[in-house]
Design a protein around this ligand. Structure first.
Ligand code: C5P
Length: 242
């Protein structure tokens, strides 16, 4: 990895959101030299499978974004499998409840024989949901009040951090006692007016200024005309902030 990227305060993960393994490999080859961190989500994982993840995790820092949500025993098992792939981060839904969060934490703590243990992140409120969407699905709290509840649970259960919107970073930082507790922030737009299906969005610089440990950049980079130039620009701007 390049030294200047190592020193960067806010890490950038590019979301490899495609079903095509060839396209994903092309993005990795083009963007890896600029920024060696990628996020693999449902679309690529379902299409390319765990061996693909394992292969690129040998060379790059990978956030496996599968958002597990099931009974505690199942999620703990899935967590063990994710850890064995060699990824750096993966996530589970905070809404799975305290037993699901704690049993997953324990499952990871008890794993032996791995060169690295991944960081366990809790998904709070998806950045695609606004207060009115939450009401529709039966949540009566605002997005930020719901985030507060789930951040507290995540810390209580020993998670390493949460996935949240940029606007919620100050709230998260004010709630947690553990200084190493991380924020992973999707919903990032180079132009904050281009929301697409996201609702709670922010620019990379603003997310970094708010203290994001990591940001996720998807379509803003992968759908750009010149993805690697644009990514280089983002990385440079973030570097200048730190
Ligand atoms: O293209 P865009 O930048 O909106 O992609 C955001 C990525 O982050 C997607 O892969 C999406 O699945 C993911 N994500 C998210 N909101 C979360 C967690 C992950 O948008 N709360």
């Amino acid at each position: 990895m390049q030294g200047h990227i190592e020193n960067m305060k806010t890490k950038v993960f590019v979301a490899l959101d495609t079903a095509s393994i060839d396209e994903a490999k092309l993005w990795v080859d083009q963007l890896g030299p600029v920024n060696p961190r990628f996020k693999i989500g449902l679309e690529l994982f379902v299409s390319a499978g765990p061996r693909f993840v394992e292969e690129i995790a040998k060379k790059y820092e990978i956030f496996l974004d599968l958002k597990f949500h099931d009974i505690p025993n199942t999620v703990a098992g899935a967590a063990r499998s994710a850890a064995r792939l060699g990824v750096h981060y993966f996530n589970i839904h905070c809404s799975g409840g305290v037993r699901m969060l704690s049993e997953t934490r324990n499952a990871l703590d008890q794993l032996t024989g791995l060169s690295r243990k991944p960081k366990l992140l809790g998904v709070t409120v998806l950045t695609s949901l606004a207060d009115e969407d939450l009401l529709q699905i039966g949540f009566t709290k605002s997005a930020s009040a719901q985030v507060k509840t789930w951040v507290e649970l995540a810390e209580q259960c020993g998670l390493d951090g949460v996935v949240c919107a940029a606007s919620e970073i100050p709230l998260v930082k004010s709630l947690v006692k553990e200084p190493k507790f991380e924020t992973m922030v999707p919903g990032i737009r180079l132009d904050a007016n281009q929301t697409q299906d996201q609702r709670r969005v922010e620019t990379p610089e603003q997310a970094a200024k708010l203290g994001a440990n990591s940001i996720v950049l998807g379509r803003a980079i992968t759908k750009a005309e010149k993805p690697s130039e644009l990514l280089q620009e983002v990385v440079r701007k973030l570097e200048n902030l730190s």
